[in-house]
Design a protein around this ligand. Structure first.
Ligand code: C2E
Ligand code: MG
Ligand code: MG
Length: 559
């Protein structure tokens, strides 16, 4: 798990906010798309469903008419089978009964030799004229033909003629008035009309909305069906309201399904888009793209004030101009296995930057930091050796600083590693000495050549006698083992005086200079050389070194 210090916490929060935003947007967009899709699918479905329904209504109208005619034919054939389709008193009574019993059949009569024999006594001249003159339309059954006429009240009726013999036929008058009114559902009754034609264009039945027949220009669709047995066709015409208004309400479950779908799809998209905040990924990219740079903090001899070396300190210089402190990203680098990458970036950059300077001043020491875990890691010496070769730095003046802040878990191995480094001519320094868990014995065990006294003790060396005693002890132990002592974090001249008096040989700190880019460090060294001797501390500070009261280093300001 990465360590979330201040900077990473902000970074993490930003990532979480981004994630919430991405999820929200993904779900909203998915909802919009899915609802639109549901609407389009529903519209297509309804259109095709409505079309089928209209076709069905047209077919049903034709079938209704078929049935009415069938009914008349059956009634006549039943009378005939009973020997009652005849102009006898019995026949007439039977015919009368049949007509009474049927609501669709209005009349049945027999025409023989142009003379009508009727169930009802009164003669109907209009009817007889129609039978004689109206055009007949043959059915599939050659004995059956149809004609159309209007009854006494002006309603259309259909004549169903059954040819009994050469000059004899039975005729049933079928009412078509009520055949069509209930075929259309209530929702479209006001927006459609229907009719049934006998032959090409003789209307035998019709339905009109209460507002009257549709005007031709209002009709948007026409549906037709034809009877298979009789020369009849039905025509259903609908206007825009019928096609756009019917069955249009989207059922609630469709919207609910679309919203559930949007949440699922949106979450998946959100998950894809917002990878979990990968802090290590950021650092990896930073290493790859050269955002990790070495800064150089001069180390001077407290005796001569001469610059004797420098410490390489990692800086993450982001493209947006902000800088991330190593205290923020070194723990992350270590926990995510990127610490060697940081070391590689620092050394390979520092090599060429210092090359000219080292050629002029071969005695210049170059310190750099490694963590105890890195120091103890498998193949560390080999990796470092290869890196030094690649960087062009000189082994002889290279110092590896191992911090005492973290426990050196395997002291025996640390000793072996230190010995291997020494064999290669590389020095080892104990960094942050006095703060650690390993105690003074570690300094001796490791066989380090340098002890760096932590700023904590430098801070108190002037005012606190116990601190002074501890520094004194460190210096004594170091001297005993032939080690150099370097004081870290010197911030004022009084500290220099006390440290010198205690026998500390070298020092670094803001009093002398903050960590600076290579060019500035080169300038500092050259300026001191130009002065003909070692750096002259002007009021305890390197010429042009940044003032202690100057603006603090910018550490945050993450994109
Ligand atoms: P360190 O090795 O003890 O480095 C000294 C730290 O004290 C540096 O902080 C330096 O800028 C700061 N410092 C020097 N003089 C003064 C002073 O007068 N006053 C104050 N207040 N501070 C001063 P920095 O650069 O932030 O580095 C912090 C730590 O990060 C280093 O402590 C070191 O342990 C680690 N570090 C830095 N660069 C690397 C690296 O490349 N690799 C590894 N493994 N660790 C590194
Ligand atoms: Mg250090
Ligand atoms: Mg230190």
């Amino acid at each position: 798990m990465p360590v979330f210090t201040g900077f990473w916490r902000v970074r993490y929060l930003v990532c979480v906010m981004k994630r919430i935003l991405l999820y929200g947007l993904s779900i909203l967009l998915s909802a919009a798309v899915l609802l639109a899709a549901a609407q389009a699918i529903h519209r297509t479905f309804v259109n095709s469903w409505n079309e089928k329904q209209f076709e069905e209504f047209a077919a049903r109208a034709a079938t209704r008419m078929d049935l009415a005619i069938d009914l008349a034919v059956i009634a006549m054939s039943e009378l005939s089978a009973a020997g009652e389709l005849a102009c006898t008193a019995e026949g007439e009574a039977a015919i009368r009964d049949t007509v009474f019993a049927s609501s669709a059949i209005k009349d049945i009569f027999i025409m023989t030799g142009g003379k009508a024999c009727r169930a009802f006594a009164e003669s109907d001249l209009m009817l007889e004229t129609a039978v004689a003159n109206k055009p007949r339309y043959g059915a599939r059954n050659a004995q059956i033909s149809l004609f159309s006429m209007t009854d006494n009240s002006g309603h259309p009726v259909l004549g169903v003629v059954w040819t009994l013999a050469q000059d004899s036929e039975a005729i049933a008058i079928v009412s078509t008035d009520a055949l069509l009114f209930d075929i259309l559902p209530a929702a479209v009754r006001d927006f459609a009309d229907m009719r049934i034609d006998l032959g090409a264009s003789t209307v035998v039945a019709s339905y009109e909305p209460s507002t009257g027949r549709l005007a031709d220009e209002d009709v948007v669709e026409r549906y037709r069906a034809a009877s298979a047995r009789y020369p009849l066709t039905s025509l259903l015409r609908v206007n825009r309201n019928a096609t756009s208004g019917w069955n249009r309400e989207r059922p609630l479950f469709v919207d609910i399904a679309a919203i559930i779908g949007a949440i699922i799809v949106g979450s998946l998209i959100g998950k894809l888009l917002s990878r979990p905040p990968s802090l290590a990924g950021d650092l990896k990219n930073a290493i790859r793209s050269g955002e990790i740079k070495p800064y150089f903090q001069p180390i001077i001899s407290l005796g001569s004030n001469e610059i004797v070396g420098c410490e390489l300190l990692a800086r993450w210089l982001r493209r947006d101009g902000t800088m991330v402190s190593p205290a923020e990203f070194i723990p992350l680098a270590e926990n995510s296995g990127l610490i060697d990458g940081v070391m590689e970036a620092i050394l390979t950059d520092a090599g060429p930057q210092l090359a000219g300077l080292i050629a002029e001043r071969p005695s210049l020491k170059v310190s750099f930091n490694v963590t105890p875990r890195q120091f103890l890691s498998e193949g560390f010496v080999t990796r470092l050796g290869a890196l030094i070769l690649q960087s062009g730095l000189s082994r002889a003046r290279l110092v590896v600083e191992v911090t005492e802040r973290q426990q050196i878990e395997d002291m025996a191995r640390a000793r072996t590693v230190a010995a291997e480094l020494r064999e290669q001519g590389i020095h080892v320094a104990i960094d942050d000495a006095g703060t650690g868990h390993n105690g003074l014995s570690a300094i001796q065990t490791l066989g380090a050549s340098c002890v760096k006294i932590d700023k904590l003790f430098v801070d108190g060396v002037v005012t606190d006698h116990r601190t002074r005693t501890l520094v004194e002890m460190l210096v004594t132990v170091a001297r005993e083992f032939g080690m150099t002592t370097v004081a870290e974090g010197i911030e004022d001249t009084e500290q220099v005086a006390v440290l010198k008096a205690l026998g500390v040989q070298e020092g670094q700190g803001f009093l002398i200079s903050r960590p600076v880019p290579a060019a500035e460090f080169r300038e500092q060294v050259n300026r001191s050389s130009l002065a003909g001797k070692v750096v002259a501390l002007e009021g305890g500070r390197l010429p042009n070194a940044p003032d202690r009261s100057g603006a603090p280093m910018r550490l945050s300001g993450w994109r």
